[in-house]
Design a protein. Structure first.
Length: 121
């Protein structure tokens, strides 16, 4: 990013609290992830929400919605990838963590796509 770029101006105009909100507020996982992706993909939206005083509420709403969606997707993943009934504790733990990670990766990818600015062709 060059010093004269449009993105540089967006970052400079962003209130400092907006950029540091996850650290300052101790936000949960999906709120932090939403903030991180917005910083990378659409920092102008963070600036607009922060200046309107709506950023924290937006992140909390995303946290709630994505948490619910992640739980549903984890249940679906467990149904599609059943574990043997006689699996020991370690195998069950690995299976559960694998499902959770697969869902996180999928949701993060979808979240990033939702904030990408469409490019003109």
């Amino acid at each position: 990013m060059s010093l004269n770029s449009e993105m540089h101006e967006v970052y400079l105009s962003m209130p400092m609290e907006a950029g540091l909100m996850p650290e300052l507020k101790g936000l949960p996982f999906w709120a932090r992830m939403t903030h991180e992706i917005m910083m990378a993909e659409d920092p102008a939206k963070i600036t607009v929400l922060a200046k309107a005083g709506k950023l924290e509420r937006f992140l909390k709403q995303k946290q709630e919605a994505l948490s619910v969606q992640a739980r549903k997707m984890e249940r679906e993943w467990r149904k599609l990838n059943p574990l043997e009934a006689d699996a020991d504790y370690l195998r069950r733990s690995i299976w559960m963590n694998h499902g959770k990670q697969a869902v996180r990766e999928q949701l993060i990818s979808e979240l990033a796509k939702s904030f990408k600015t469409p490019t003109e062709h």
